[in-house]
Design a protein around this ligand. Structure first.
Ligand SMILES: [Zn+2]
Length: 205
């Protein structure tokens, strides 16, 4: 792509680094921004800068939050004894949208993937095991995507919990084999949480 301006080229290059954005789309977005009033572009850039410099991760569940303890963890009406284990914040949002789950979450920050060089130490697994060992949590619900990496992660955590009294379950399968949770529709996802099965049973399947 030949550019008549170095400034334009730089902006297009930076935008094209975003996932799913090719050079052509990046050019279209940059030209669009260029046409907007200055305040519009400033609002966008300062929202991103503020996000990056001020965002926090909940000290209990690792969800993205504006404060030290996220709204969900800080809510006394939530069931503190049931914890739903998810990969990232998008899954928290998807499950919250179903309105079927009143417990807390634990955000792993990804899943174990030797192919991508992600090991257990790169995720918040140690923090989860630590919380379980404190004894207040009665049930862990695994709600990871039904991919090989998701299964590996579930199983790794399950093995780490050997010797504890905790009940483990997994969301009902058949909804999103190989899919990401966030793409499941709300009704199906809500139902799969209500119809969860003991984790051991999922191993025999
Ligand atoms: Zn939290």
């Amino acid at each position: 792509m030949e550019f008549s301006s170095k400034l334009l080229e730089n902006a297009v290059y930076e935008v094209s680094q975003l996932p799913g954005i090719g050079k052509r789309t990046a050019l279209r977005l940059v030209l669009h921004l260029l046409k907007q009033p200055n305040e519009q572009t400033t609002r966008l850039t300062s929202a991103l800068v503020n996000l990056k410099s001020n965002i926090k991760f909940c000290k209990n569940c690792h969800n993205i939050s504006d404060v030290i303890l996220c709204e969900i963890c800080a809510n006394p009406k939530r069931d503190q004894t049931t914890v739903c284990v998810v990969e990232d914040i998008r899954d928290v949002m998807a499950i919250e949208n179903t309105d079927q789950f009143k417990g807390l979450y634990h955000v792993l920050g990804g899943k174990i993937s030797p192919m991508e060089g992600v090991g257990p130490q790169d995720l918040t697994i140690a923090s989860l095991i630590g919380k379980v060992k404190q004894g207040e949590i009665k049930e862990l619900i695994f709600a990871l995507s039904s991919t090989m990496e998701g299964d590996t992660t579930n199983f790794y955590i399950f093995k780490q919990l050997e010797g504890t009294e905790i009940k483990t379950s997994t969301i009902a399968r058949g909804i999103a084999i190989g899919d990401e949770l966030e793409y499941a529709d709300e009704v199906t996802l809500g139902r799969s949480i209500l119809n969860r099965i003991p984790f051991e049973n999922s191993l025999k399947a």
